[in-house]
Design a protein around this ligand. Structure first.
Ligand code: BV8
Ligand code: ZN
Length: 251
């Protein structure tokens, strides 16, 4: 832990790359651990355009259920630690695969949402946005209510087989290429191209730290592996940074 804190205190730029494990302690189930969301369904069955066209009601029901879990969830100590690292230290960007908005709700400002945001929806034809309160206007058929438009309204998330939003992806790659240290937190590193972010950073000489209770396919290429829960490890790293700053100000 000390070596990592030391690296973080010396870094000119830090980036965080987060996955579903980041939100596990907020009660938002992950995708691949045994109680994960996918455990009940196969990803292509639900998080894909073909699944949505085939059975919009099933896919909408799944997102409705997850939206409720996310709405009831609160950012955990890990989210708040990253927000404070952005405010008081040199964390430049949070690159997240998560669609639960918990980083922003914890106060992080520079957030790249690679896979979209579950609280946002849009009409597949006219593009009309249905976010938050006005989402309720869509009746059971979940069709657009704009005059003359009857197209389906879909969640503003990236489904399997869909391209990631270009701006988000480009800013994420830029942040990874500039970072001296990357914290890869709570991700199994299975979903691409997002999972290539730590490698992109490493190729530019970044020091990559993995934070996860279990080893993953990213572990071999990480420079440090902090085994444990992000809600517990990130506040300790923040504490260490504060302590180092205090020490250097006394000297
Ligand atoms: C695309 C939004 C281009 C929807 C999601 C190579 C290159 C490019 C593409 C591919 C490729 N190989 C395969 C592909 C196709 C595919 C893919 O990667 N498939 C996988 C399954 C093999 N990729 C795509 O389709 C992507 N698009 O490639 O476009 C293209 C387009 C057209 C034609 C050709 C090419 C789009 C992928 C986006 C899918 N959308 N989410 C929704 O959420 O409903 S992905 C979904 O998985 C979530 O975003 C999730 O975040 C993400 C990744 O999972 P993780 O975050 O890692 O979560 P997981 O549960 O797996 O792991 C949690 C970890 O946390 C575990 O390790 C656990 O130990 C740990 N943990 C648990 N508790 C804690 C903890 N860690 C810390 N603290 C704790 N307390
Ligand atoms: Zn429309």
């Amino acid at each position: 832990m000390e070596i990592v804190t030391d690296r973080l205190s010396k870094a000119a730029e830090i980036a965080a790359f987060t996955g579903a494990g980041m939100s596990a302690e907020s009660g938002v189930t992950t995708f691949r651990s045994n109680d994960g969301l996918w455990a009940k369904f196969k990803p292509e069955e639900l998080a894909s355009m073909s699944a949505f066209i085939k059975n919009p009601r099933l896919v909408r029901g799944w997102y409705e259920e997850r939206r409720k879990i996310v709405a009831a969830a609160k950012p955990n100590a890990g989210h708040y630690a990253l927000a404070e690292m952005e405010r008081d230290f040199r964390l430049q960007t949070v690159i997240t695969q998560n669609i639960d908005n918990l980083h922003r709700r914890a106060g992080s400002e520079a957030v790249c949402e690679l896979h979209g945001n579950i609280e946002q929806n849009y009409c597949m034809d006219c593009g009309m946005r249905y976010d938050g309160s006005n989402f309720a206007v869509i009746d059971e058929t979940q069709r657009c209510t704009q005059p003359g438009c009857t197209e389906l309204v879909r969640p503003d998330v990236v489904w399997f087989g869909e391209l990631l939003p270009e701006d988000e992806w480009n800013s994420a790659v830029k942040a990874a290429e500039r970072a001296d240290v990357v914290l890869s937190i709570g991700t199994s590193g299975v979903v691409f191209p997002a999972a290539s972010i730590p490698q992109i950073a490493r190729k530019q000489g970044a020091y990559v730290v993995e934070i996860n209770p279990e080893a993953t396919c990213l572990s071999q290429t990480a420079d440090a592996f902090l085994q444990g829960h992000s809600g517990e490890i990130l506040p300790r790293l923040l504490e260490g940074l504060r302590h180092q700053r205090q020490q250097s100000s006394i000297r």
